[in-house]
Design a protein around this ligand. Structure first.
Ligand SMILES: [Ca+2]
Ligand SMILES: [Ca+2]
Ligand SMILES: [Ca+2]
Length: 433
């Protein structure tokens, strides 16, 4: 399990480390919390220390496993990295599996050699030096395992090889000294290769690569740059930062327009936070059904940003074919609302009962008044005496009249030279049942 490869490692376990045999170092530095947290503890604080005793392979493996889990609790990515350097074919440990065969069980009890201890501990020190170099320096100093001859050395043994004793048995005191790592005081130190204040980890997590974005970028267009999003813990790719916005139709739904005419007012939706504050600059994608190019600019799909009041608007031209047309407005969250516009063919509007031609209309607008009444205005080329029926389309596509003017009535006098009509109704009293 532990090949000669380990024994050939050119690391010296220097005089400092050898002095661990006395156990004095461990008395000076506080033991790591994870030594005694577990049940059973890694190191029983009640048991008399046996620092001079020879450590065995099983003890080293157990110690490494517990150290790895303690690290995982504070830095899972670092633990994964250590584990990948520690476990597997050709690695210091073949697996974490408990010994099964007699030979494996005996191997667990074989004495731990200093070379093996160094090989097992090295992945920890390599990764910890990358992730939190200042903390690791503090640990080496507190444990008195810092190489006095080589300030760059971040292993708890000397870089000089003349003093190597790799084939000597390691003591329990040495095993403890090497794994005396107080993860309770550990935190990963940020690495920021491009120096823009955004840690590589954060940039990689959000943008796949640390070099794509910078602190002043705002890829989600929420008005907060990446530096702000990092500082406030928000998602730099999410305009709504995890919040579910409230999307409502605030104009254009249910409009009636003559064929191939522009609606008098645009289609309009409003995007607000749950607390009612409007979202500025939220992306709203308007999309017509069946690819009909009726949106402003003669397109079937258009992205519009909300203004300061949270609204996004777009002009719409009713199609040249009569019927109900649908337009959806969708947010980046996937939420959507549907607006309906009724395209009517004035020329075909002949009353089946009277045979009278229904007046062609344009720019039909319905306005709700503060007093509860509703005002309808429209432009018509109607002759004097024409009547108008006001209504809407039901879900099933049938027509629902809500009001009908009287033929030839004085309600809507035709004034030569003026073709704008206006009618104010009280829905509670005037509408048809
Ligand atoms: Ca960076
Ligand atoms: Ca942003
Ligand atoms: Ca954001």
């Amino acid at each position: 399990m532990y090949g000669s490869r380990l024994l050939s490692r050119r690391w010296g376990l220097g005089p400092l480390a050898l002095s661990l045999v006395s156990g004095s170092i461990l008395l000076q530095a506080a033991p790591p919390a994870w030594w005694s947290d577990g049940d059973p503890p890694v190191i029983d604080p009640q048991a008399s220390p046996n620092n001079h005793g020879v450590a065995n392979i099983g003890q080293a493996k157990h110690m490494a496993k517990q150290a790895l889990e303690a690290l995982r609790a504070v830095d899972a990515a670092a633990a994964d990295e250590v584990e990948s350097g520690l476990i597997g074919g050709g690695k210091p440990l073949a697996s974490w599996h408990a010994p099964v065969s007699q030979a494996e069980k005996e191997a667990q009890h074989a004495p731990l050699l200093i070379g093996q201890l160094k090989a097992i501990a090295a992945p920890f020190y390599t990764v910890l030096h990358q992730r939190s170099p200042v903390w690791l320096e503090g640990e080496l100093t507190a444990n008195q395992t810092k190489d006095a001859q080589d300030a760059q050395n971040h292993f708890p043994w000397t870089s000089a090889t003349t003093d190597d004793q790799n084939q000597s048995p390691a003591t329990i005191g040495q095993l403890k000294a090497v794994f005396s790592l107080r993860f309770e005081a550990y935190s990963p130190q940020t690495v920021d290769d491009d120096g823009d204040g955004l840690p590589d980890d954060w940039e990689t997590a959000h943008f796949d690569d640390p070099s794509i974005q910078t602190d002043i970028g705002d890829p989600d267009d929420d008005g907060m740059d990446n530096a702000y999003e990092f500082a406030h813990g928000t998602d730099p790719n999410d305009f709504f930062n995890g919040e579910t916005p409230v999307l409502r139709v605030t104009g254009g739904d249910g409009e009636i327009a003559a064929l191939d005419t522009l609606l008098s007012k645009p289609l309009r939706v409003t995007v607000k936070r749950p607390n009612g504050e409007p979202y500025l600059n939220a992306a709203v994608t308007f999309q017509t059904a069946n690819g009909y190019a009726g949106l402003a600019g003669g397109v079937a799909s258009s992205l519009v940003r909300t203004t300061a009041d949270g609204s996004a608007s777009i002009a719409y031209r009713a199609p040249a074919t009569a019927g109900t047309t649908l337009v959806t407005a969708t947010l980046t969250t996937g939420q959507s609302v549907t607006l309906r516009v009724y395209a009517v063919n004035p020329a075909s509007q002949v009353d089946a009962t009277t045979g009278q031609r229904k007046p062609p209309i344009r720019n039909f607008v319905k306005t709700a008044n503060a007093d509860g009444t509703v005002t309808f205005t429209w432009i018509s080329d109607a002759d004097n005496g024409d009547w108008f029926e006001i209504g809407g389309e039901r879900e099933d596509g049938t027509w629902k009249p809500v009001y009908k003017t009287t033929y030839g009535s004085a309600v809507l006098p035709y004034v030569p030279g003026t073709t704008t009509y206006s009618l104010t109704l009280n829905p509670a009293a005037d509408y048809l049942p």
